[in-house]
Design a protein around this ligand. Structure first.
Ligand SMILES: Cc1ncc(COP(=O)(O)O)c(CNc2co[nH]c2=O)c1O
Length: 388
């Protein structure tokens, strides 16, 4: 049976071209970039090219910093814990603001910082599932709020937050602004200068780059206490030997992803909408969030009377991979925080299933998925003791 992968918000396939780009740096040009001899220095041109691609991919100015990290989670921790050390531990400010719909890499880190003395506000969302500047301004405290951290796009719903306006609001109250853009890069245009964000997180494996590598953008003039102390890599801003092949792969992957944005927003959006229209033709079904407010590849849907996990197993049995939300938290069957934040009915919030496409998704795969989804819903509802 042909397998169909519709869980690209969890991770994506490495583009074969990216694999080819990385290969030489595992077995031929394997030197440590910090070594002074030829084995080390021969890695530098490719690293410089990768860094240029990362700067260009988010339109970062040459005077800003981009740290290459191990993943989006490390990048998020670096900002939140760096701000805690630089402002809250020093007693200058005491308040952090984030939202109720963030990824666990933000939410759990904020809860940890609360446990060691930070004051944290978790903003609600509006009826559309969006964090608005109006909501933010009700909680900003001039002179006390050190950082606002609101994700660019939600990993479960795909809903996009108005980052430019949120950053403006934060700055009006003297706070810095971070956005976790892990689910935005490669799906929508990301421009750090236009939005004037201070920090931005991204992760290579979300846009057909390798797993185990991410990035943190730091606006020019800003400093953060490093998360890792050690060697002199990245100007002592992130110690540890740089993983050259992964960095090269992530840079090239972002290059390719930016070039494919038109395709993503036309063809992938069309395939997503085709899938969504078919799903919406099934009775007692709701899709979370207006499609025009979402990234072009994502659908989060609830089928009344069907437990999400059971539905996924049936799909998996038919060769289709989807998820009940973020893989990072798919173990627990708690009503999803995002659903709760959006006031989705309790009986629906256990049934959320996320489909997320990529540029490798084909029309034939979508047609097959529609066929299987319709049969699966019918079968599970026919044996449900609650659905009538
Ligand atoms: C918004 C967001 N932030 C941070 C992360 C963590 O990135 P990593 O550390 O590089 O993995 C993820 C991963 N999100 C998901 C991982 O699995 N399903 C998901 O939705 C994410 O979606």
């Amino acid at each position: 049976m042909n397998k169909i992968y519709l869980d690209n918000n969890a991770t994506t396939k490495v583009d074969p071209r990216v694999m080819d780009k990385m290969a030489p740096f595992f077995v031929e040009k394997y030197g440590n970039p910090n070594s002074l001899h030829g084995f080390g220095t021969e890695t530098h041109p490719a690293m410089a090219e990768a860094l240029n691609s990362l700067y260009a991919g988010i339109n970062a100015s040459d005077d800003s910093d981009i740290l290459v990290t191990s993943c989006g989670t490390e990048s998020n921790n670096t900002v939140l814990k760096g701000i805690f050390i630089d402002y809250i531990l020093k007693g200058e400010k005491k308040h952090l603001i984030t939202s109720q719909i963030e990824h666990p890499a933000i939410r759990n880190t904020c809860e940890f910082l609360e446990s060691i003395g930070a004051e944290v506000t978790y903003l609600p969302v509006n009826d559309d599932g969006i964090v608005t500047p109006e909501i933010l301004k009700k909680h900003l405290r001039r002179g006390e709020t050190a950082l606002v951290s609101i994700m660019w796009a939600n990993n479960e719903t795909g809903l996009i937050n108005p980052v430019k306006d949120l950053a403006l609001a934060a700055h009006e109250y003297g706070a810095l602004f971070h956005t976790d853009a892990v689910q935005a890069l490669g799906k929508i245009k990301v421009d750090v200068q236009d939005t004037d964000v201070d920090f931005l997180t991204f992760s290579g494996h979300k846009f057909h780059g390798p797993k185990g590598v991410g990035g943190l953008y730091i606006k020019e003039g800003l400093k953060l206490t490093p998360f890792f102390h050690g060697g002199e890599q990245m100007g002592r801003k992130r110690a540890g030997t740089v993983n050259v092949p992964l960095m090269v792969g992530m840079g090239y992957a972002l290059d390719l992803a930016v070039k494919a944005l038109d395709y993503e927003n036309k063809e992938i959006r069309r395939l997503r909408d085709k899938l969504e229209d078919a799903i919406m033709s099934i009775k007692d079904t709701i899709v979370i969030g207006k499609r025009e407010l979402r990234t072009p590849n994502t659908i989060l849907v609830s089928f009344k009377g069907i437990e999400g996990e059971a539905f996924l197993w049936d799909l998996n049995w038919n060769g289709i991979a989807a998820s009940t939300g973020s893989a990072c938290s798919s173990e627990d069957l708690e009503a999803d925080a995002t659903f709760q934040a959006m006031h989705v009915d309790a009986d629906l919030s256990h049934t959320g299933v996320r489909f997320s496409l990529s540029r490798f998704t084909t029309e034939e795969e979508i047609d097959r998925a529609i066929e299987v989804i319709k049969k699966t819903v019918e079968r599970l509802r026919s044996i449900s003791s609650t659905y009538r």
